[in-house]
Design a protein around this ligand. Structure first.
Ligand code: PLP
Length: 397
């Protein structure tokens, strides 16, 4: 019996990719081996994070970096670092922000459920721009001058949610922010691949960038990478690490901390709730090295082959099939199955029936409103792909 069966659970077939709700990405065997090896011995976590810092800065070109408990945790830590800097008293008080600048400027069109992560540190949002395009009421997206017009002495920083087509371009927002000596915190959680986005901080000058470790990097689901300015990373690390030591005994690793800037040792900070284990740190570093080297590109032909098998199963049904090979040659290919409204069942029905079948199958549901089911092959094996094909043919015949 498998571990999940012994808990009374039925494992599902994940045909939707690295989504958190189903447990994220498959960890490569090398990553799992590293996790197990890391469990055999003990190291001070601040030194392990300092080793991660060196490696992350090599891979990202940023001054510094730490392993976080996910991209969302990285946003909380990043906001806490921007709010407190190296001020131990403010670290102690967060999320209370009495007497300090605590506003983060954010475009209305960038707001999403993850901004909870930023507010959790004590930040308050000031929105700029409109959602005119979505509202069908205009043609313009948010513009750089709108950020500038919102800056006041209460402004602590800017939050920017990065997508390939985010407006305005990140460089313009960084330019506005830096003219006013303000930092920019970037959520780029799911924007890998392309691998080149690892360089976002160094290429755009953004002060902090947060990535997920459990999506395309394929580290543990509960990890992430926060990289950027050295002083802000030091603050984030201080507010996350366990601080139960004596200042006279503690030897702060110099890769992470400018020792002369430390006037004492803070107590556990707001990020202590987001601790990362030694096993997770080592596993994430292993996965990051693999991702940075190849982006797992050698697996793409097998993934495409799985989609072809599913397409073969669906020949003879009257659904339209669209194989999407991503332009970046790095992301997984996707199969769109257009159920549309000319069918006896809707895409939503098929999606539900697949989940309720044996074994349960989860397909991509982000285009249901267009009548489209999306298959992502990243978490499929050949056998599972065949099961997906068979079950879908049943549903669509
Ligand atoms: C996935 C995602 C997150 C959260 O990342 P975790 O690593 O799961 O914490 C945050 N923001 C965006 C835009 C995401 O896609």
């Amino acid at each position: 019996m498998g571990v999940y069966e012994s808990l009374g659970l039925t494992p599902v077939i994940n045909a939707t990719g690295t989504v958190t709700r189903l447990g994220g990405a498959p960890m490569p065997p090398t990553v799992l081996d590293a996790y197990r090896d890391a469990a055999d011995e003990w190291v001070p976590l601040d030194r392990l994070q300092a080793a991660a810092c060196k490696m992350i800065s090599q891979v990202t070109g940023a001054e510094a970096g730490i392993v976080t408990a996910g991209a969302a945790a990285g946003l909380t830590l990043g906001a806490a670092a921007i709010l407190a800097g190296m001020d131990l008293g403010t670290m102690e008080r967060l999320p209370r922000t009495d007497g300090i600048a605590d506003e983060f400027i954010v475009a209305r069109e960038h707001r999403n459920g993850y901004d909870h992560a930023v507010r959790a540190a004590g930040a308050r949002f000031v929105e700029v721009g409109f959602n005119e395009v979505t509202a069908g009421a205009g043609v313009r997206r948010v513009e750089a001058w709108e950020y500038e017009a919102a800056i006041s002495d209460r402004t602590a920083g800017i939050l920017y949610v990065y997508l390939e087509n985010s407006a305005p371009p990140l460089e313009q927002v960084v330019d506005v922010a830096h003219r006013h000596a303000l930092p920019v915190l970037v959520d780029a959680a799911g924007e890998l691949p392309p691998r080149s986005n690892l360089l976002l901080a160094s290429m755009t000058g953004a002060d902090l960038v947060s990535f997920s470790g459990g999506k395309a990097i394929r580290g543990p689901q509960s990890t992430g990478v926060l990289c950027g300015r050295r002083d802000l990373i030091a603050s984030a690390a201080l507010q996350m690490l366990d601080m139960d030591d004596h200042f006279d005994l503690w030897e702060p690793p110099t890769a992470l901390f400018d020792v002369e800037k430390l006037s004492g040792i803070p107590r556990h900070g707001i990020g202590r709730t987001m601790k990362v284990s030694k096993e997770e740190i080592v596993a994430l570093m292993t996965a990051l090295a693999l991702f940075a080297r190849s982006g797992y590109a050698d697996e793409l032909p097998a993934q495409r082959d799985r989609l072809t098998r599913i397409m073969d199963s669906l020949r003879g049904t009257d659904v339209e099939l669209r194989l999407r090979d991503p332009a970046d040659h790095e992301s997984s290919p996707l199969l769109e199955i257009v159920v549309g409204d000319r069918h006896h069942v809707s895409a939503l029905d098929v999606c539900r029936n697949l989940r309720q079948g044996k074994p349960p199958i989860y397909v991509g549901h982000h285009k249901l409103h267009e009548g489209i089911l999306v298959i992502n092959p990243l978490c499929l094996s050949d056998e599972r792909a065949d099961l997906v094909g068979d079950r879908m043919r049943e549903e669509l015949s």
